[in-house]
Design a protein around this ligand. Structure first.
Ligand SMILES: Cc1ncc(COP(=O)(O)OP(=O)(O)O)c(N)n1
Ligand SMILES: Cc1nc(C(=O)O)sc1CCOP(=O)(O)O
Ligand SMILES: [Mg+2]
Length: 509
């Protein structure tokens, strides 16, 4: 990724409607990273400036009735001009007035990115559920429907997702408002409802410097709005925001290290200065080498789950190059999960396997697709893979869960009996198969057919299931109708003449 370099080439103009406490710090921080900040406080002025801007920040920190009306006009204008908007709903958990203003902007306007702390985001999710319940009650009353629907809506509270799970909270919010959401705290979470990543970079000193949260809103606006970034081949809204978020936290780490080196301790005053210096100094390489990402699981990721290793390309001249090319094409075309299964005749061993695995992991990170390691728990630990897949003859799931409490864990299941004998509650998903005959696994069991998937689904209505074994685009609809959340595939992709076309074919279901 070269997002920071691109940002600095064109100094995107970011208009900040922000609170009085943080204006100076926000302007300095944006200048340090290479953006051009401008503050504005009335619609007449904004009409002149916004056509030249690449992004708008609306931070409601010191809102009053006049400013509330101004923010609404500003976002309406930005939507008309197609200028991306970042909303920072400061302290909306503390007061109904500011919460209503944020809710109105989210529900009745187009917000590109929402950034808040866990309390703020949780309050908005709760308010949205209440709004939905109210609307459902009204429509239920008018059509005299049953009342269960209200209970269903109102039961989806935010209690399951607190500060401990910023990714889950961001995902809940992204789904509730259909908006890319960043939740900041000791661990940050970012989600568009489909992809969710937690970022564990940062410094404990950040909350002690006023304005670090508010500056982040403007900082991310520069990343998402910059036309120069949007021209990059690798650009998409999620990855640009993730890169900006990580850059910000990496700058905090660098600042803390500089304070340690200069003063042998980290204190707020020197940290604030060094943080601005770090923003000025930092590069895409700093983000690349220091980023600490963790992809979280959701069942939609099972949709098109590609599995392979170099042994699946043994007919080619260079199986490693062919594998990497195929994996990148599949990622570009939209696979939702990837498993490295380097195993069997012709597979890489030792250092060659590690080096290949690192290249694959980097590709997966570029596309924010979970990188799952098959069988090799030590390598999963060494590379800090997003998850692991184990079968009935691999390491026992209770030991794997103990070793990797936060990783995605997949477990192979072949029948309802095996389901009953396994600790499936420790798994995030189960891989069920082989549905059909397969050439890709020498010791595969007898095919179970789509009915075999249905048999496992019948014993557990909730568990995420991915089907496996001899699956093609043509058989996917039937398999999904029999209860699978998605399909995992080797040969239909590795042997495809047109990888992108096949992956897109799988994605239709
Ligand atoms: C998604 C998925 N499902 C099943 C398997 C098979 O795992 P296992 O039974 O351990 O066999 P090997 O793949 O290790 O040969 C899988 N890998 N992925
Ligand atoms: C890795 C694997 N596991 C299976 C199981 O039944 O558990 S079948 C299988 C191979 C899947 O490859 P293809 O899509 O080429 O058939
Ligand atoms: Mg295995």
């Amino acid at each position: 990724m070269t997002y920071i370099a691109a940002l600095r080439r064109k100094n995107p103009l970011v208009i900040c409607l922000t609170n009085d406490v943080v204006k100076n710090f926000t302007a300095n921080g944006l200048l340090a990273i290479g953006a051009s900040p401008a503050m504005s406080s009335c619609i007449e002025d904004l009409r002149d400036l916004l056509p030249y801007a690449q992004a708008l920040l609306v931070n409601i920190g010191t809102v009053n009735p006049e400013l509330g009306a101004f923010y609404k006009q500003a976002v309406t204008l930005a939507n008309e001009l197609a200028v991306p908007v970042v909303l920072d709903p400061v302290a909306c958990s503390a007061g109904a007035f500011r919460r209503e203003i944020a809710l109105d902007l989210l529900v009745n306007h187009k917000i590109t990115l929402l950034r808040g702390n866990a309390g703020e985001i949780a309050a908005l999710v709760q308010a949205k559920h209440e709004l939905d319940s109210k609307n459902a009650t009204e429509s239920i009353t008018s059509v005299n429907h049953k009342s269960e629907k209200v209970a269903e809506v109102s039961s989806k509270g935010v209690d399951s997702a607190g500060v401990a799970k910023p990714g889950a909270l961001a995902e809940q919010c992204a789904k509730a408002f259909q908006v890319l959401t960043v939740v900041t705290g000791p661990v940050d979470g970012i989600s568009n409802g489909l992809k969710t990543v937690e970022v564990t970079n940062g410094s404990a000193m950040m909350p002690l410097v006023v304005g670090t949260g508010c500056l982040l809103g403007g900082f991310l606006a520069a990343f998402i709005g910059s036309k120069e970034l949007q021209r990059l081949e690798e650009y998409d809204l999620f990855s640009a925001t993730l890169w900006g978020l990580t850059a910000y936290s990496v700058a905090a780490e660098m600042a803390a290290e500089t304070c340690e080196n200069l003063y042998q301790r980290v204190e707020p005053g020197s940290f604030q200065i060094e943080f601005l210096n770090a923003l000025y100094r930092m590069s895409d390489e700093d983000v690349k080498t220091r980023k600490n990402w963790h992809m979280t699981f959701n069942r939609e990721q099972l949709g098109v789950y590609f599995i392979c290793g170099t042994q699946d390309f043994k007919e080619t001249d260079n199986s490693e190059t062919a594998a990497l090319r195929c994996i990148e094409m599949a990622l570009q075309a939209g696979i939702t999960m990837f498993q490295l299964r380097e195993k069997g005749v012709g597979s890489l061993k030792g250092a060659a396997k590690v080096s290949f695995a690192k290249k694959v992991q980097e590709l997966c990170e570029t596309y924010q697709v979970p990188f799952i390691m098959n069988d090799d728990m030590d390598l999963a630990e060494e590379l800090d893979a997003d998850g692991v897949h184990i079968g009935q003859d691999d390491d026992p799931i209770e030991l794997v869960r103990q070793r990797f409490p936060n990783k995605i864990i997949g477990l192979s299941i072949h029948s309802p009996e095996e389901y009953a004998d396994s600790q499936v509650e420790l798994a995030d998903y189960i891989g069920v198969g082989p549905v059909y005959g397969t050439q890709s696994k020498g010791d595969a069991k007898a095919p179970i057919g789509p009915e075999g998937i249905q048999a496992v689904r019948n014993v557990d209505a909730e568990i995420p299931i991915v089907a496996i074994g001899g699956i093609t685009v043509e058989t996917t609809a039937t398999i999904r109708e029999h209860g699978a959340d998605g399909v995992s595939i080797i040969s239909a992709i590795t042997k495809a003449n047109d990888v992108a076309k096949v992956v897109k074919g799988f994605k239709k279901f």
